[in-house]
Each structure stands twice: as structure tokens, then as C-alpha cells.
Design a protein around this ligand. Structure first.
Ligand code: NAD
Ligand code: UD1
Length: 338
């Protein structure tokens, strides 16, 4: 298949490009590089020994998308391109709605014009309402999002679902990711957040590297076994492969299909820190800090539907995630910058 990957230079996009190329697909990537650089795509080429086409530009530029669809016979699109920082979205809501919804609308319009019928959309566990019971199955309640980023994903899910429903030859998969962490085992590709990391794993790796003084554990008084927050961390390579399963799955299924991409297992902050220290033989300096506003105590997926229907499950362990994250960070202390 020839796959258009939007946001292909980003963290999840670049790892998915590797898996697509290694599975024998052709890849056309498009990215405006607002949160990434071309280096990640050079690493994709290095790891796979294969070429991919790259267009630098904004998805809201419909002329660019039309050109791409004219120049390539695209079979399906995987749509990663979005802004994703929760805190920033609260400060810049219009930028987040404008970018995330604008990009999705112009992509759907261009797909419509070009007659491209298959789409895999990157969504997030953040679309689930906070009052659900764990584990979260795909039919748990959604909405009541606590920030503009979450709402933008919720609205885009609606847009791509209505897009699928309006023509019965369209096939759309909505994938709700839990907490992607880890890096490619080669150590050549990984997460390279700009500025101070918001997420746990890059904060841990940068602390061990000495770029951060110590890890702030946001709350140790949650109703969890050790008092710290529990999440469903999923290895980036497992997550990337979930997209290949989704592409195969939707081939024969009109309409929209929704899947969680998670492991189904919850891991606490303290458990993650302990695993990181043990696997890598390092110390992670930590201190207890106040709870972070908007955080849930516990969040993990019901992974049954993905296993049964999609035929996909995550099997990499927390130890794999810790080892590969550190391998990437220590080999690339400044990320993709030399
Ligand atoms: P990322 O920032 O590394 O990648 C997103 C890429 O999209 C970046 O390279 C950025 O430059 C590009 N981009 C953004 N807006 C664009 C536009 N208008 N036109 C062209 N390119 C644009 O983020 P990621 O972690 O790889 O996330 C990929 C997708 O997965 C996003 O849609 C995100 O919301 C979703 N997601 C991520 C996580 C996570 O924890 N990383 C969790 C749930 C969902
Ligand atoms: C965050 C986002 C969520 C997004 C998810 C994807 C917020 C409020 N939520 O959620 O929308 O879908 O990332 O990856 O930003 N922690 C610390 N110290 C740190 C960082 C995190 O103790 O420096 C704790 C958190 O309190 C949480 C756990 O580690 O218990 C994981 O945090 P994080 O990686 O930010 O993910 P989420 O909170 O799940």
C-alpha cells in the first residue's frame, strides 16, 4: 500500500514510518515541522535502508494536499499531525482548535476530492470522561474533556466519524492511545520534546542525564496501592504496529471502527521509577510534589476489543520501555540536535 503519513516527522509518526517501510509499504510523509525536524526522517531512512517521500508544509494548505494526492496514488492516510500539549492548549485554545480541527477538515476535503477512502485517525484516552470506571472500554462515556486539546480530539473523532458515515465506501479507524513511551530499539529514533517535558518518561530520562534536577512526583496520596498515579504505558513500537493492524482491519469494513491502543495494565509512577533504575542501573532523583491539576488517579485501557477484533496486542514490557527510552536518550542527549 502507499500510505500518506501526516505528522510523519513526529514521535509516533516517525516510528510508524519505520514499521510501514519494514512491512513493505511505500510512505509519503507530510509535516510542517512545528514540533519536529527532518532529522527524524533521516533516521527512519537509516534504520530501514529505504526511501520515503517528504513534503514540508501545513495540512491546512489544501493546495499542498491536492498536489500530494495528484502526484501519488495514495491508498490510505494515517493522520497524526496535531498540537498535543495539554497545558499549552489551555493558554492558546484558538491555536489548538484552529490547527487540530483545521488540519483534519482540510485533509478530509482533499481525500474526498481525490477519492481516497481509508483513514486512520490518532485519538487519545483523554476523550474518555473522568467519571468512568476502569478499565476503559471503547464504549465508555466520552466528552466532559478538561482542556482544549482533549476537546479538539473529541471534535475530530466526530468529524472523521461523520465523514465515514456520509459515504459507505469510506473506512475509518479511530485509535485511542493510552501513554506512549519508549523508543526504537536501535537507539536512533525516540521522543524529543521541546523545552521542559510534560510527560513522565522524558522527564525521567532528562533527570538521569542531569538536564533536570530531580523528578517531581505529582502526588503520593492518590487512592492507589503506593499513592502515586497509575497509567497504561505502551511501547512506541507496539503502538506503531497497531496502525498497521488498523490499516488491514479497515480494508474490508466500511464505516468507523474505534479501538483502544493500550496494554490493559496500570503502572504507578513509583513502579516506573523503580523499573527504570533496575533495568538501567541508574538512580532517578525524586521528590514528592503537589498533585498536578487535572490529573486522574488511575487510567488504563480495556484491551480486549483490540485483541479480539483487530488481532493486535501490546507485548513489550515496562522493562523494554525503560531500557529503550534510556538507550535513545543516552545516545542522543540533545535529541535530534547534534
Ligand atoms: P508530535 O508533536 O511528535 O508529532 C506531531 C507532528 O505533527 C509534529 O511533527 C508536528 O510538526 C506536526 N504537525 C502539527 N500540526 C501540523 C499541521 N497543521 N500541518 C502539518 N504538520 C503538523 O506528537 P506525537 O506524540 O507523535 O503525536 C501524534 C498524534 O498522536 C497527535 O495527533 C497526538 O494528539 C496523538 N496522541 C499522542 C499521544 C502522546 O502521548 N504522544 C497520546 C495520545 C494521542
Ligand atoms: C498526559 C496528558 C494527556 C495525554 C497523555 C498522553 C495532562 C494533564 N494529560 O496524561 O492528555 O493524553 O499525557 O501521553 O498533561 N508525572 C509525575 N511527574 C512528572 C510527569 C508526570 O509524577 O514530571 C505523573 C503524572 O501525575 C501521572 C503520570 O506521571 O500520574 C503520567 O503522566 P504523563 O506522562 O503526563 O501522562 P498523563 O497524565 O496520563
Amino acid at each position: 500500500m502507499k500510505v500518506l503519513v501526516t505528522g510523519g516527522a513526529g514521535y509516533i509518526g516517525s516510528h510508524t514510518c519505520v514499521e510501514l517501510l519494514e512491512a513493505g509499504h511505500s510512505v509519503v510523509a507530510v509535516d510542517n515541522l512545528c514540533n519536529s525536524g527532518k532529522k527524524s526522517l533521516d533516521r527512519v531512512r537509516e534504520i530501514t535502508g529505504k526511501e520515503l517521500d517528504f513534503y514540508e508544509g501545513d495540512l491546512r494548505d489544501e493546495g499542498l494536499l491536492e498536489r500530494i494526492f495528484r502526484q501519488h496514488k495514495i491508498d490510505c492516510v494515517i493522520h497524526f499531525a496535531a498540537l498535543k500539549a495539554v497545558g499549552e492548549s489551555v493558554k492558546k485554545p484558538l491555536e489548538y482548535y484552529g490547527n487540530n480541527i483545521g488540519a483534519t477538515l482540510s485533509l478530509c476535503r482533499a481525500m474526498d476530492k481525490a477519492g481516497v477512502r481509508k483513514l486512520v485517525f490518532s485519538s487519545s484516552a483523554t476523550v474518555y470522561s473522568a467519571d468512568n470506571r476502569m478499565p476503559l472500554s471503547e464504549n465508555a462515556k466520552t466528552g466532559d474533556c478538561t482542556n482544549p486539546y482533549g476537546w479538539s480530539k473529541y471534535i475530530c473523532e466526530r468529524i472523521v466519524s461523520d465523514f465515514a458515515a456520509s459515504d459507505n465506501s469510506r473506512r475509518v479507524a479511530v485509535l485511542r492511545y493510552f501513554n506512549p513511551v519508549g523508543a526504537h530499539p536501535s537507539g536512533k529514533l525516540g521522543e524529543d520534546p521541546k523545552g521542559v517535558p510534560n510527560n513522565l518518561m522524558p522527564y525521567i530520562t532528562q533527570t538521569v542525564l542531569g538536564r533536570r534536577e530531580c523528578l517531581n512526583i505529582f502526588g503520593d496520596d492518590y487512592p492507589t496501592p503506593d499513592g502515586t498515579g497509575v497509567r497504561d504505558y505502551i511501547h512506541i513500537v507496539d503502538l506503531a504496529r497497531g496502525h498497521l493492524s488498523a490499516l488491514e482491519y479497515i480494508d474490508g469494513r466500511p464505516g468507523v471502527s474505534v479501538f483502544n491502543l493500550g496494554t490493559g495494565k496500570g503502572v504507578s509512577v513509583r513502579e516506573m521509577v523503580a523499573a527504570f533504575e533496575k533495568v538501567n542501573g541508574v538512580t532517578v532523583p525524586c521528590r514528592i510534589a503537589p498533585r498536578r491539576a487535572g490529573d486522574l488517579a488511575v487510567c488504563y485501557a480495556d484491551a480486549e476489543k483490540s485483541a479480539k477484533e483487530l488481532g493486535w496486542s501490546a507485548f513489550r514490557t515496562i522493562e523494554d520501555m525503560c531500557r529503550d527510552s534510556w538507550n535513545w536518550q543516552k545516545n542522543n542527549p540533545n535529541g535530534f540536535e547534534e
